[in-house]
Design a protein. Structure first.
Ligand SMILES: NC(=O)c1ccc[n+]([C@@H]2O[C@H](COP(=O)([O-])OP(=O)(O)OC[C@H]3O[C@@H](n4cnc5c(N)ncnc54)[C@H](OP(=O)(O)O)[C@@H]3O)[C@@H](O)[C@H]2O)c1
Length: 302
């Protein structure tokens, strides 16, 4: 780290969830000269990772130190949350969090940190269309697309340096809209492809699945317009553009369902249902698909 002796070192980042996204974020942060330590209750003192980028460069090695929460000597001031959403509560349990905590949330879905952070914490939401697959210790960066950070009115001081090392990263003053667009795409594509065990492109080809997709998108638009009358609605064409661009892909929920892992449905369609309930609004297509995904993959029940 090249820190001047006259400046205090910035607080290190602690990473919850050193999986595909967490490892890539750690890679960019380390390249931007920021320290990243993995938080894990058990396991080795370091994680040796291999990152395989799609641009043909040789596989890149990354070693991340690991610390158990019980061994921390001071409250955490900078935290990256990149575990799958159903594990968030468990991962945060008992962590000593400083009052001036800054959090980078790198998760699909919404609401996983609601009510779980100190009141004065700064939450930076990350929306990304980058795709990473694989399993520890090998992570394959399928596509480095666009990522946006936002939440606070202005970007933090370290953002400009990080953006030089994180391809496609930009600050967004409208991060909520980006989250909502991504949420609708996830809420349509993920459960349908998981339930029917099909690649994303099937939503374009199969008239019955296309009709279900249209109903899910329309109900989500109705809700979001109730939450914000300025919401443009008419999300189906954007969702179908994502389907077209990722036609051959397996959605993350389908992949989770195939390996019997817990799905993120509660943070995606479940978030829409919780918002709708507060407004007394019914979203029957979302109710049906959440029930169907949970019935098919009962391990995903929470
Ligand atoms: N991968 C992508 O391309 C992509 C793109 C956009 C958004 N996202 C979002 O990013 C988030 C992470 O996805 P991912 O693909 O990186 O998942 P992943 O590869 O499965 O990684 C999740 C990590 O969380 C860890 N974890 C599980 N339980 C934990 C606990 N109790 N405490 C601490 N860590 C725990 C797992 O650790 P173990 O290995 O020890 O089980 C794993 O390393 C998800 O919300 C996903 O929707 C992913």
């Amino acid at each position: 780290m090249s820190t001047s002796p006259f400046q205090p070192s910035p607080a290190p980042w602690f990473l919850l969830g050193a999986g595909n996204m967490g490892t890539l974020a750690a890679w960019y942060l380390r390249n931007a000269d920021q320290a990243v330590t993995v938080l894990r209750r058990q396991g080795p003192a370091r994680l040796d990772k291999t990152l395989c980028f799609a641009d043909g460069r040789p596989a890149q090695a990354l070693t991340l130190p690991v610390i158990a929460p019980a061994a921390l000597r001071a409250p955490i001031r900078r935290l990256i949350v990149a575990c799958k959403t159903p594990y968030t509560d468990d991962a945060l349990a008992g962590l000593p969090l400083a009052g001036d905590l800054t959090v980078l949330r790198l998760q699909n879905g919404l609401g996983s940190l609601e009510g779980r952070l100190p009141r004065a914490a700064t939450l930076i939401e990350v929306v990304t269309t980058t795709a990473v697959k694989g399993q520890h210790p090998r992570h394959e960066i399928v596509a480095e697309n666009h990522s946006w950070m936002g939440g606070p009115a202005t970007p933090p001081a370290w953002f400009a340096t990080l953006a030089r090392h994180w391809p496609g990263l930009a600050w967004s003053d409208a991060i909520r809209d980006r989250q909502w667009h991504k949420l609708i795409a996830n809420a349509v594509i993920n459960p349908l492809t998981a339930l029917h065990d099909v690649a994303n492109g099937r939503l374009l080809e199969d008239p019955a699945l296309h009709a279900e997709a249209a109903a899910l998108a329309a109900e989500a638009d109705t809700l979001l317009r109730r939450l914000d009358p300025h919401w443009p609605g008419d999300s189906l064409p954007q969702v179908m553009a994502v389907v077209r661009a990722t036609a051959g892909n397996t959605s993350s929920m389908r992949a989770d369902a195939q390996r019997g892992a817990v799905t993120e449905i509660d943070a995606i369609n479940g978030w829409l249902l919780r918002q709708a309930a507060t407004l007394g609004l019914a979203l029957p297509s979302h109710e049906r698909i959440v029930a169907a995904v949970r019935a098919r993959h009962p391990i995903g029940k929470q």
